[in-house]
Write a new protein. Structure first.
Length: 176
């Protein structure tokens, strides 16, 4: 909490005017991030070219995020390991994001924009685990080449959803 107060340039008392506990603050951060990510998924839901839509979402949700967001995510995940209230907030956020993505994939499949080679639930699980790993790696390794790994992930997801190979160089160029 002291780190947050210092970064925000406010006192702990001022922070507690808005959030009555660390758990409430983390819940607010999780809710904000959930709404932001699900909002960005709207472009994917409407994209005629599903892979290009995935590329746009990956760029805005992962590649273009500032490094401190990865560090904050890692700190929240660590807190969730032993704080049930934080674990609940994180699980609710994760569940909503995964549910939204699964719904978008099912819609794209029904509209014949994708032809998954594995069940949608497995695609979502793989994407979630890899995205979590990318955030973790970025938080702890300053030399991590996020753009290259994101391009590789996009190729993997493209094969799982049964679509053409993406133009990985566009994702890499956008991150530079």
């Amino acid at each position: 909490m002291q780190d947050i107060c210092r970064a925000a340039g406010i006192s702990a008392g001022a922070l507690y005017l808005y959030f009555n506990s660390k758990e409430a603050l983390i819940s607010g951060i999780s809710e904000r991030d959930r709404a932001e990510i699900i909002g960005k998924f709207a472009a994917l839901a409407e994209a005629p070219d599903f892979v290009a839509g995935m590329q746009t979402v990956m760029r805005s949700c992962i590649v273009e995020q500032p490094p401190h967001k990865s560090q904050l995510y890692l700190a929240i995940a660590a807190e969730a390991a032993y704080n049930p209230a934080v674990a609940k907030a994180l699980a609710e956020c994760d569940g909503a994001i995964r549910g939204s993505l699964a719904g978008i994939l099912r819609r794209a499949e029904a509209e014949a924009r994708i032809a998954p080679t594995v069940p949608v639930e497995r695609i979502v699980a793989v994407m979630s685990v890899i995205a979590d790993g990318m955030f973790w790696r970025r938080a702890v390794d300053q030399s991590f080449d996020l753009a290259s790994v994101a391009a590789d992930l996009l190729e993997l997801v493209s094969s799982m959803v049964g679509m053409r190979e993406p133009n990985s160089s566009q994702l890499i160029q956008a991150a530079q």
